[in-house]
Design a protein around this ligand. Structure first.
Ligand code: AMP
Length: 138
């Protein structure tokens, strides 16, 4: 017996949404590209063919790790359907590095756009843990 799959049609983005995404277009290589290329050193904690994880230079908690895809994606605003598996992989790596750090509780943050606090326009996931964290964020 097969279950019928219901398809949900996702509406196209409006022009306003596209403008919001494009306002932080960055075509030049970022600091994280330089870290990936080995031009700038990092305190690496995990690496595989799809991503690199290293300690944040300005940690906001006892554990503060950044996970970046090797594919240069500006932000969540620019991900596409073809990035689906990569995005899932990055989330699984959050668990891997958290476990490596001995964490069972942590916060995962993806700042998207300058207004949300993004300062480096290469997609990255913050893994923050080792202390109590309040909500909502500032
Ligand atoms: P965001 O504000 O979400 O774009 O996060 C960028 C993060 O990169 C900040 O938490 C910075 O402290 C961190 N960062 C900046 N430069 C370096 C570096 N050279 N190595 C490691 N982390 C860095």
């Amino acid at each position: 017996m097969f279950h019928k799959i219901k398809y949900v049609v996702i509406p196209k983005k409006s022009k306003i949404e596209y403008r919001a995404c494009n306002q932080f277009d960055m075509t030049s290589s970022t600091l994280f590209t330089k870290i990936l290329q080995g031009e700038i050193p990092c305190d690496e904690v995990y690496s595989d063919e799809f991503c690199l994880a290293f300690r944040d230079i300005n940690p906001q908690a006892p554990t503060h790790i950044l996970i970046i895809p090797r594919k240069p994606i500006e932000s969540l605003c620019k991900v596409e359907q073809e990035d689906k598996a990569l995005l899932g992989h990055l989330l699984l790596v959050t668990q891997k590095v958290a476990n490596q750090e001995g964490l069972t509780q942590w916060r995962t943050v993806i700042n998207t756009g300058a207004e949300a606090g993004q300062t480096i326009f290469h997609l990255h996931l913050h893994v923050i843990g080792g202390r109590h964290q309040s909500w909502p964020p500032g």
